[in-house]
Design a protein around this ligand. Structure first.
Ligand code: GSH
Length: 235
């Protein structure tokens, strides 16, 4: 039996808020694995120096160390082909690679500025300073400036999701009748937003909401078991 350990970001109150790590969490659950998780602080690179780089997720499978959520998904698929498929074959893998690039390059840059300021409330001060400087440099704006443009940004983000709505009108999941890795890629965005912010990035009547609920229900409510900030704010 594999001995799998996932290194992921941990915030205050043990919040596991790394969006890329959620892709791996869902992929491991899809393959039916039990796994351990190790929270690391984003400003503490010594904790992950064994991986010779500075990002999570990192998957340790015995002595093997795999970095990068996409590479981890491919590793799991190729190493454990007898378990439920993440891609559904070569063509599916190719399409999932496109979804990964679309989410990373089009959707994340639209989503991050909307809720990044909120992340500071769920991490400690050194992690907050680390995240602030990285994101402000990448976007060339302060987090406060980004938050001030939230309304326009939300409209833009929601507009970019139109192909998702069109797909989910015809089928229950991006991958068809059942969820697979491309669903987990997209879902990681909503899971991140749900954990870090009380702002719902989807309107209540958005056709994507029922899909998001189905994703939260998967694997015995694996994703739902992380506290949503909106619920805390309401409590
Ligand atoms: N392409 C990588 C991206 C990983 C990534 O950017 N991870 C973030 C956390 S969600 C990170 O570790 N950032 C480190 C830092 O900001 O110093 C993947 O898909 O795994």
């Amino acid at each position: 039996m594999a001995n799998l350990i996932l290194y992921e970001l941990g915030g205050l109150d043990d919040r596991r808020y790394s969006q890329f790590s959620w892709r791996t969490r869902m992929a491991l659950a899809h393959k039916g694995f039990a796994f351990e998780t190790v929270p690391v602080r984003v400003s503490d690179k010594t904790a992950i120096s064994f991986s010779n780089q500075d990002k999570v997720p990192i998957l340790k499978d015995g002595e093997r160390v795999v970095i990068d959520s996409w590479k981890i998904a491919e590793y799991l698929e190729d190493t454990y082909p007898e378990r439920a498929s993440l891609f559904g074959g070569k063509t599916g893998r190719g399409l999932a690679r496109f979804v990964n690039a679309f989410v990373d390059r089009v959707l994340i840059p639209k989503l991050v500025p909307l809720v990044m300021l909120d992340v500071l409330a769920i991490v400690d001060a050194p992690d907050g300073a680390h995240l602030r400087s990285g994101i402000e440099k990448a976007f060339r704006k302060t987090l406060e400036e980004m938050a001030a443009q939230r309304e326009a940004g939300l409209t833009d983000f929601r507009g970019a999701l139109d192909p998702v709505r069109a797909t989910l009108r015809a089928q229950s999941f991006l991958c068809g009748d059942a969820p697979a890795y491309a669903d987990y890629i997209l879902f990681s965005l909503f899971q991140w937003a749900r954990i870090v912010s009380s702002v719902d990035v989807l309107a209540p009547d958005d056709a994507i909401v029922p899909w998001r609920e189905r994703m939260l229900d998967l694997f015995g409510g694996l994703a739902r078991s992380q506290a949503a900030r909106s619920l805390e704010a309401a409590a």
